[in-house]
Every structure is written in structure tokens, then in C-alpha cells.
Ligand binder design. Structure first.
Ligand code: NBP
Length: 485
């Protein structure tokens, strides 16, 4: 086969690649498939893709020559060296203006590097976050493409056709921004997912250990919450999980070992937050909560010797606590998304990515794990003000946090008094209280730093002018030079 007949080429015939090819085919685009282990191409054509318009190639030359120009080639292979290897294999066969899309879970600095490299070779590179797993790939993922904007007009008809649709029919795919923006936004999405999951787990812990609700009772509460401000995929699946019974009729959830795994995207988000100096505390706590859970044997030993409060059961009005926790979770979610967006704002600024925040919220409204009604409110906030500094400056969210506040504080004091750990719920409130405080105690930190290390400080009435004080009369007047640790 040598004629250029295919609209789209896809390399990587594992679960994501196969499903995405079938999805693209369903929408009337002709796809050519290729894979490192070439035998999988025929396997796919004879099985999953049988009866479709999908074609296959048995060599890179055959693959490239089957594609209409500009060639649109998506890699859905294992993140890392496999992506670089395929880029190098493809390069000699491509022409100026052809497009390579990496749809795997690549780390955004790699995407930024590949974007710069391929730009120098006049190839349009796109790093595209793909969310929604196997089912999303098959029937509608959330797609977050970023990279060379010249590629977007060529990809838009295909990507928006195959993407998930939000409840109002809008495709959950739009151009995210330049360079490594697509994979960066996908990474923050995963970090936010860690936060949302942790918040739900903390509420479950309070319900189960503090109040003594059965799993079925909790499922009823979550089902109710799913009709209100917390309406989301993760609340929906938690409702089902709480209801699910094992073969012996007992809740399966209670038999699962409490040691959480992680694949690293939450950690990447927390590292990016530290690298760029942004207080993304809730995702950080969610990652650390998984770490704490995973040292299970140590915790079991500690549980036998460390004491907590004498009263570890909630004895107050249960209905009121349910209401307070709903408010606490909602307000904490607002904080988590506000933190995620300030991280995106900062990194976008550093890399000149021109991130499109409203579209990001829109893309997350369907197809992905954090899909929720609440993202519509975030989209509205950015529609009203494209350069919104932080979600908490939007009148809707300002009002929402004000309304939630008393329930939020009550829920946190209740959990603290009965000794139930709530790292995500409580860090959200601490962030909120810190963010709304005009004068924090960092003057004390500055004084300490100057006292022991001559690191200098600014006076309130002379910002930008760094001075040192000889606090003890013994240290001399030489001050340290500035450095970033
Ligand atoms: P995998 O991540 O399991 O990768 C399998 C594919 O990578 C196969 O085509 C395999 O070729 C190819 N490959 C490997 Br492994 N090493 C290679 C190398 N050194 N050179 C060339 N090709 C190589 O597949 P997946 O689960 O479908 O995921 C694809 C991408 O999408 C990954 O980056 C993943 O993180 C991401 N993703 C996955 C999900 C999900 O739910 N699974 C969701 C969202 C994103 P072979 O057949 O010859 O071994």
C-alpha cells in the first residue's frame, strides 16, 4: 500500500491506542495503525478492528506514506524513551509541517523539550493529555492538547469529534496553550484528582469511625450529595463503592487493605508546586496521605502505643454534622481548584504558554475522572474574567466560601477533637485563612533568618530595600548574599 489515504496515523496498539483508533474510525476518519511489535497490527485488524475502515502498516515507511499531508501521527506508547525513540524513527520520513502528537502520560518538561527540538526540525509537536482511561478512549476522552498552535486547525475537527461531550454538548477538548502546556494541564488534573479522592476518603473516615454510620448509610448520604453542589463522578462512584457487597453479603470496601498506591502524577504536581513556589497544599497533603497510608505496618505498631483523645466518637447532632461536612468538602474543593489554577497561572507565565483557563475547566467537565457540575462554575468565572487572578476573587466562589465557612470550621474542629486525621480538609481551611490574612507572621521568620544567617529583611514601609541588623551586637554587619535553596 503506498497511496496516502489515511486522515490520521496512530502508533501504539495497547489498550489506549486500540480504543482511540476505534473511536476515531467511528467518527468517519480513516486511521492507519502501527506498532513496535508489528504482529499486533494484523492481530488488531483481524479482531477488534475487523469490519472497520481502519488500515494497518507493517513498516514505518509504509505507515508514513499512507498518511495525507500534513501528516497527523499520534503516539500512544509507554511514556519515556519509547516516545523519543519513535520520534527519531519517524523524523527522516516526515516533511515540514507534519504533526506528531504524544498522547501518553509524558512529564511536561519532556514535552517542552520535545516541542523545542521538533520546532527546530520544522515539525509541529503537540503533547496531548488524554483522560478517561480505556472507556474514555473508546467513547469520548477529555483531551488536553498543547504545543505548536499551527497544528490545532488540522487536529481540531478530529479531536473535538472524538472527545467527550459536556452535558450541554460542548466537546471536552480545546487548545490548552503552547509548549508543554497540554501535559502540564493533564498533570494538574491528576493532582486535583488526588485531592478530590482524599477529601472523600476523609469524610468517609469521619462517618465510619467518628459517627458510626454503616456503609449503606454513607452511600445514601453521598447519593444525596450527588444531587447538589458536590455532583461529580467521584462522588457517584464512591456511592456505588460504599453500596457494593462481597459474595458473603458484607461491604467489599471494608476488606480492602488501607495502603494506597500511586503512579506519580500527583507527586509531579506537588514537585511543580514546590519548584515554582506555589502553595498547592491540598494536593501535597493528598500525596503525603497516600505515603502515610502505605507505611501500614508501622502505623499498626504506632496504633498500639500512641494515645488519642479519650472521646473518639461524635456524640452530637448527626444530621448537622452531615450538613457541615458537605460544606467542608465543597469549600475544600474550591480551595483545591483555586490552588491548581494558581499553579497553572504561574507556570504558564514562566513558559509563555498562554494557557486558556476557561477552556481547561470546560475540558474537565466531561470524560475525565474529576468531571463535575462545579467545573461549570469555574468556566463561568473565567468567562466573566479571562485574567482572573484566583478563583477566590470571583464573586460566586467568594460567596460560596463565605456560606460554607461555619460548617467547614465546625467539621474540622469536630474531627480534630475526636482524633480523626483530616489533612486535606484542614489544609484547605488553613490556606483560606492564610490567603485572606493581610499580615502573616512571616515578619518573625524574616527576623529569625536575619538573626541566625544575616539573610536580611525588608521594612514594611520600604519594600525592596533589604537590610541587616546586628541582633546580638556580636555578629558584625556583613549580610549573606541571596540564593534560592
Ligand atoms: P502502555 O503504556 O502499556 O504501552 C504499550 C505500548 O508502548 C505498546 O504499543 C508497546 O509496544 C509500546 N512500547 C513499549 Br511498552 N516500549 C516501547 C519502546 N521502547 N519503543 C517503542 N514502543 C514501546 O499502553 P497504554 O496503557 O495503552 O498507554 C499508552 C499511553 O497512554 C501511556 O503513556 C499511558 O501512560 C497513557 N495513558 C494510559 C491510560 C490508561 O488508562 N491505560 C490513560 C491515559 C493515558 P509493543 O506492543 O511492541 O510492546
Amino acid at each position: 500500500m503506498s497511496s496516502a489515504v489515511a486522515d490520521f496515523g496512530l502508533i501504539g496498539l495497547a489498550v489506549m491506542g486500540q480504543n482511540l483508533i476505534l473511536n476515531i474510525n467511528d467518527h468517519g476518519f480513516k486511521v492507519c495503525a502501527f506498532n513496535r511489535t508489528v504482529a499486533k497490527v494484523d492481530d488488531f485488524l483481524e479482531n477488534e478492528a475487523k469490519g472497520t475502515e481502519v488500515i494497518g502498516a507493517h513498516s514505518i515507511i509504509e505507515f508514513v506514506s499512507s498518511l495525507k499531508r500534513p501528516r497527523k501521527i499520534m503516539l500512544l506508547v509507554k511514556a519515556g524513551a519509547a516516545v523519543d525513540d519513535f520520534i527519531e524513527t519517524l523524523l527522516p520520513h516526515l516533511e515540514e509541517g507534519d504533526i506528531i502528537i504524544d498522547g501518553g502520560n509524558s512529564h511536561y518538561p519532556d514535552t517542552q523539550r520535545r516541542y523545542e527540538y521538533l520546532t527546530s526540525k520544522k515539525i509541529l509537536f503537540v503533547g496531548c493529555g488524554v483522560s478517561g482511561g480505556e472507556e474514555g478512549a473508546r467513547y469520548g476522552p477529555s483531551l488536553m492538547p498543547g504545543g505548536n498552535p499551527e497544528a490545532w486547525p488540522h487536529l481540531k475537527p478530529i479531536f473535538q469529534a472524538i472527545a467527550a461531550k459536556a452535558p450541554d454538548g460542548a466537546p471536552c477538548c480545546d487548545w490548552v496553550g503552547e509548549g508543554g502546556a497540554g501535559h502540564f494541564v493533564k498533570m494538574v488534573h491528576n493532582g486535583i484528582e488526588y485531592g478530590d479522592m482524599q477529601l472523600i476518603s476523609e469524610v468517609y473516615h469521619i462517618f465510619r469511625n467518628g459517627v458510626g454510620f454503616t456503609d449503606d448509610e454513607q452511600s445514601d448520604i453521598f447519593a444525596q450529595w450527588n444531587k447538589g453542589v458536590l455532583d461529580s463522578f467521584l462522588i457517584e462512584i464512591s456511592t456505588d463503592i460504599l453500596r457494593f457487597k462481597d459474595a458473603d453479603g458484607q461491604p467489599l470496601l471494608e476488606k480492602i487493605r488501607d495502603a494506597a498506591g500511586q503512579k506519580g502524577t500527583g507527586k509531579w504536581t506537588a514537585i511543580a508546586a514546590l519548584d515554582y513556589g506555589m502553595p498547592v497544599t491540598l494536593i501535597g497533603e493528598a500525596v503525603f496521605a497516600r505515603c502515610l497510608s502505605s507505611i501500614k505496618d508501622e502505623r499498626v505498631r504506632a496504633s498500639k502505643i500512641l494515645s488519642g483523645p479519650t472521646n473518639n466518637k461524635y456524640t452530637g447532632d448527626k444530621a448537622q454534622l452531615v450538613k457541615d461536612l458537605e460544606q467542608a468538602m465543597y469549600a475544600s474543593k474550591i480551595i483545591s481548584y483555586a490552588q491548581g489554577f494558581i499553579l497553572m497561572r504561574e507556570v504558564s507565565h514562566q513558559f509563555n504558554w498562554n494557557l486558556n483557563y476557561g477552556s481547561i475547566a470546560l475540558m474537565w467537565r466531561g470524560g475525565c475522572i474529576i468531571r463535575s457540575a462545579f467545573l461549570g462554575d469555574i468556566k463561568n468565572a473565567f468567562d466573566k474574567n479571562k485574567s482572573l487572578e484566583c478563583l477566590l476573587f470571583d464573586p460566586f466562589f467568594q460567596q460560596a466560601t463565605t456560606t460554607a465557612q461555619s460548617g467547614w470550621r465546625n467539621a474540622i474542629s469536630t474531627a480534630t477533637l475526636i482524633g480523626i486525621p483530616i489533612p486535606a480538609l484542614s489544609t484547605a481551611l488553613s490556606f483560606y485563612d492564610g490567603y485572606r490574612t493581610a499580615r502573616l507572621p512571616a515578619n518573625m521568620l524574616q527576623a529569625q533568618r536575619d538573626y541566625f544567617g544575616a539573610h536580611t529583611y525588608e521594612l514594611e514601609d520600604k519594600p525592596g530595600n533589604f537590610v541587616h541588623t546586628n541582633w546580638t551586637g556580636r555578629g558584625g554587619n556583613v549580610h549573606a548574599s541571596n540564593y534560592d535553596a
